[in-house]
Design a protein around this ligand. Structure first.
Ligand SMILES: Nc1nc2c(ncn2[C@@H]2O[C@H](COP(=O)(O)OP(=O)(O)OP(=O)(O)O)[C@@H](O)[C@H]2O)c(=O)[nH]1
Ligand SMILES: [Mg+2]
Length: 300
């Protein structure tokens, strides 16, 4: 292919919390770069996911779910998501196929209005919608609500419709250069990926406010080459003493479960044996304090 025919650009993935943005990104890339969970507000910052093909490079930007934020850290999250839209050559709005007309999606459409870039609406989780006629009606109604370049029903979980979406994104991208090396898949360092895997296990294993109160910081990340072993020491910062108790669990059971699940995944991810040491520390009200958020690497 001729160099001047190559297409490339940035594609922010925006939507309400929990609609499947990160699941879709992982599916397109064929590997996990963003953690996912059944709980809203799993993604806390922007994550680049780069798909390079012979004819194009798509730089996806996964973002935190857009919601009515009251707390300091949540305000930062939503701001990150909104600002990411500014960098888009094509914007991907993801909504749930069962209800893409709720107030949260209306608000996102208001945000998208007047931006001079094509917007694709991905209607995710079609596997939960049995009625084909209903789906057609939802697609038509969505098209009438906003000048989407295309509305594509899909299932990020199963993969249906995902290839079609990728092709549509490429079709809408401008001609451009290779922005990142062709073998680069994400901008996250191994340390950040490790912290995220641990945070994901906490999201899956704990409830209520606990997962939202845990900031994972990697204090040591060292490769012992002769033993082909990765030594990782991480601290889980919580906001209160009571949360520390929950995370450690009876006889240390919860922390052990988090550790085992994380270690297994990290070993697969890095292709090495991992020795994981987990500590829990109380850092009062970290979600409210910008200097601590900065220190933890949660805001820049
Ligand atoms: N049934 C079904 N579930 C899905 C699909 N895609 C994602 N999910 C589930 O939806 C939940 C949320 O997925 P995420 O990818 O974490 O959603 P997100 O939009 O990134 O969420 P935040 O980061 O919190 O904004 C997870 O439990 C996924 O397994 C789908 O196509 N079908
Ligand atoms: Mg996410």
């Amino acid at each position: 292919m001729r160099e001047d025919e190559f297409r490339s650009g940035f594609v922010p993935i925006v939507g309400r919390p929990n609609v499947g943005k990160s699941t879709l990104l992982n599916r397109i890339l064929g590997q996990k770069v963003a953690i996912t969970s059944p709980k809203p507000q799993t993604t806390w910052w922007r994550i680049l996911g780069i798909k390079t093909r012979p004819d194009a490079q798509i730089v996806f930007i996964d973002t935190p779910g857009i919601h009515r934020a009251r707390e300091n850290f949540n305000i930062h999250m939503v701001k990150t998501a909104r600002e990411s839209m500014r960098d888009g050559d094509v914007i991907l709005h993801i909504a749930e196929a069962v209800d893409p007309f709720c107030e949260g999606d209306e608000e996102i459409r208001r945000d998208l209005e007047g931006r001079d870039v094509p917007v694709i609406l991905a209607l995710n989780k079609v596997d939960l919608l049995q009625d084909e006629g209903k789906l057609r009606e939802i697609v038509e109604r969505s098209q009438a609500l906003f000048p989407y370049a295309k509305v594509i029903p899909l299932s990020a979980l199963r993969g249906d419709g995902v290839q079609e979406l990728e092709e549509e994104v490429v079709r809408l991208l401008p001609h451009g250069p290779l922005y990142y090396p062709e073998d680069m898949v994400t901008d996250q360092t191994e340390r950040v990926l490790a912290a995220e895997v641990i945070r994901e296990k906490i999201f899956h294993l704990t409830r209520q406010e606990v997962p939202y109160s845990c900031a994972v910081v990697i204090e040591e990340f060292r490769e012992e080459r002769e033993k082909s072993l990765l030594y990782i020491r991480a601290v889980i910062n919580v906001e209160r003493e009571s949360q520390k108790g929950i995370l450690i669990g009876k006889g240390g059971r919860m922390l052990k479960e988090i550790g085992t699940a994380s270690r297994r995944e990290l070993e697969g991810m890095f292709g090495k044996k991992v020795y994981l040491e987990l500590w829990v520390r109380v850092q009062e009200h970290w979600r409210k304090k910008d200097p601590i958020l900065r220190d933890f690497g949660l805001i820049r």
